[in-house]
Design a protein around this ligand. Structure first.
Ligand code: NAD
Length: 349
């Protein structure tokens, strides 16, 4: 078991793995520092009911690697990390998060933690009782991170439309937003304010109806959410939405949204490219919150939203131009580009 773990870390280039257990709260968690060659590891705390430990560990490794790629593409002096807390009915929640805060504090700034699925302001407040190295909710912190993510997604969509048609032209566009949560509602609202027609789906019916009414969106049934023809499909719910079955149903020209791990596997990016659908890689477009958080913690600056948007638009344009020039799927280009930067950093460190 141990040898297999070490082999995995070595084969895929992960730096460090902590297996954590707290007898007081019942917390069981994995913490992965993927790459700290360019600066401290950044990555939120995911709390999820995993089927088993192996699934939790795989998720932690995959998410930490995703953060590394995001940091590299955004040119941040930071690297990828992730903490996953295995959710169980007997878990003493506040104690578990305070314990994780102690673990983070012991790393003395090599890892900065923050929000993720299952970890909202309430949980972060418990973590923040024990460590300085966490995104503080409220006025002490970097500000509303979903606003930063939305600014990046909107800028990335504009860069993609500009690349495709030479103009953004929001009033002529139809945007389909999947998921009206923290980011999706903001993306839908921004696109609507710019004059686009916005279709949206949300599995939480009450929330969907209320957000749609407030923002003047056309709500569609989640069972039909992949069917409408649109310029932009913006996945803002869960990952893995582009897979063998959905890929042939989607009738959009651009896929660009906030969700992490949109492609079920890299081959789906190739198939989108072959079908002429422009896919803006998730780790290029959804790094707004990371940029905001890292700049705040490392430089003491709340990077303004337009600056975050401009940074992401530049990254997206660069990837899409290379993709066109080399006839290579944007996801492959983004991965190569991020990997090249990580290897360069590692060679220098
Ligand atoms: P959230 O939980 O607030 O919102 C997700 C919404 O999607 C929920 O309202 C949920 O009911 C809905 N949903 C789930 N499955 C759906 C489906 N099949 N169809 C329609 N709606 C569905 O999460 P969020 O913070 O808005 O994040 C959205 C995505 O963006 C996630 O994948 C997250 O990992 C990613 N992301 C978020 C941030 C951020 O700043 N919050 C940053 C980077 C990436």
């Amino acid at each position: 078991m141990t040898l297999e773990l070490l082999d995995t870390l070595a084969r895929d280039g992960f730096e460090e793995l902590h297996a954590l257990h707290d007898w007081r709260s019942g917390a069981r968690a994995f913490l992965v520092l993927d790459d700290t060659s360019g600066g401290p590891g950044f990555g939120g705390i995911r709390r999820w009911s995993y089927i088993d430990e192996a699934q939790a560990l795989r998720d932690c490794l995959r998410l930490a690697r995703g953060m590394t790629l995001k940091c590299a593409l955004a040119d941040l002096p930071a690297g990828g990390a992730k903490l996953v807390l295995l959710d169980r009915p007997e878990l003493e929640l506040d104690g578990a998060y305070r314990y994780l805060g102690e673990v983070v504090e012991r790393l003395a700034g090599r890892y900065y933690s923050g929000p993720d699925v299952g970890t909202t302001e309430r949980e972060l407040a418990w973590v923040a009782e024990r460590t300085r190295f966490v995104t503080q909710p409220g006025p002490e912190g970097p500000g509303e991170l979903a606003d930063a993510t939305c600014a990046g997604v909107i800028a990335g969509i504009e860069a993609a439309l500009e690349h495709l048609d030479g103009a953004v032209d929001w009033p002529r566009r139809t945007v389909l937003v999947q998921g009206l949560g923290e980011v999706g509602a903001r993306v839908a609202g921004s696109a609507r304010r710019r004059g686009a027609r916005v279709l949206a789906s949300e599995i939480d019916t009450e929330r969907g109806e209320s957000v749609a009414r407030e923002l003047d969106l056309e709500l569609i049934d989640p069972s039909r959410e992949l069917d409408p023809s649109c310029d932009v499909f913006a996945p803002c719910a869960l990952g893995g939405i582009v897979h063998d079955l959905s890929l042939v149903r989607l009738r959009c020209r651009v896929i660009a949204g906030a969700a992490n791990n949109v492609l079920a596997n890299p081959g789906h990016g190739d198939r989108l490219h072959e079908r002429g659908v422009l896919y803006v890689p998730d780790f290029a477009i959804n790094s707004g919150a990371l940029i905001r958080g890292a700049r705040f913690h490392l430089d003491g600056i709340r990077e303004p939203l337009p600056a975050i948007g401009a940074r992401i638009a530049q990254i997206v344009t660069h990837i899409l131009c290379r993709s066109r020039d080399e006839d290579l799927a944007p996801a492959r280009v983004a991965h190569q580009e991020a990997q090249r930067r990580v290897e360069h950093r590692r060679a220098q460190s």
